[in-house]
Design a protein around this ligand. Structure first.
Ligand SMILES: O=C(CO)[C@@H](O)[C@H](O)COP(=O)(O)O
Ligand SMILES: [Fe+2]
Length: 220
């Protein structure tokens, strides 16, 4: 399954409802929502009130990326706000296994995010509780950065690791610097969920989305 997950951080917040509706009209199914606390990453973005508000109108699958220290504190509230999947950073969790378990108990899908410099072996004992792994392909905190080329090998190694461990169904999401040029590289390496902020919202949204869909179609 391939999915484009447009990152709301790059949307025009004056026209948020309109732009989210347009994504659905273009055939998108996912929305990537970056929650930043000014501690785990330097920026502060948005939180529960914004998510609850867009949930009232949107049928998109809410893929919430928690760039927050100790994200286990917010699992229940995120569920109430309308999150479908909660992604927590391994670097931000003192008890990663427990946090993943709580996310499942609250009825959401659970994902683990890794910063570019974090090794894959932190996943070794939590794969049975992980529906998706998010590999950061830039350092987290800001949209509009360039793809780190060293991440292509990391994606490939993760796909191999998941295959060898019998987790062929686990998704690999990549986040940061993904556009119609880098999309081919990450798909070839084994990613199947592509987050794109500027790659979707900068310029003409329908034609940007169509370019990603074409890349997916070429691989089917
Ligand atoms: O999590 C983050 C940034 O920390 C991302 O989800 C960005 O929003 C991606 O933006 P682009 O690199 O695609 O512009
Ligand atoms: Fe993100």
């Amino acid at each position: 399954m391939y999915q484009l997950a447009p990152s709301m951080l790059s949307a025009d917040f004056n026209r948020l409802g309109e732009q989210l509706a347009l994504l659905e009209q273009c055939g998108c199914q996912w929305l990537h929502i970056d929650v930043m606390d000014g501690m785990f990453v330097p920026s502060i973005s948005f939180g529960m009130p914004v998510i609850s508000s867009i949930r009232k109108e949107s049928g998109l699958f809410f893929d919430v990326h928690m760039m927050v220290e100790d994200p286990g504190r917010y699992v229940e509230e995120m569920k109430k706000s309308g999150a479908d999947m909660l992604t927590v950073h391994a670097e931000a969790c003192r008890h990663l296994d427990r946090t993943l378990q709580t996310i499942h108990e609250c009825g959401m899908q659970a994902a683990v995010a890794l910063n570019p410099a974090t090794p894959l072996n932190v996943l070794d004992y939590v794969l049975d509780k992980t529906d998706m792994v998010l590999l950061m392909t830039v350092n987290p905190g800001f949209g509009g950065q360039s793809y780190l080329s060293a991440m292509t090998d990391k994606i490939r190694s993760l796909r191999k690791k998941l295959d060898e461990a019998g987790y062929r169904e686990t998704s690999i999401e990549v986040d940061g610097g993904i556009n119609s040029e880098t999309a081919g590289l990450v798909l070839e390496a084994g990613a199947n969920i592509l987050v794109a902020g500027s790659g979707v919202f900068k310029g003409d949204i329908p034609s940007n989305v169509a370019q990603f869909q074409e890349k997916f179609n070429q691989r089917k």
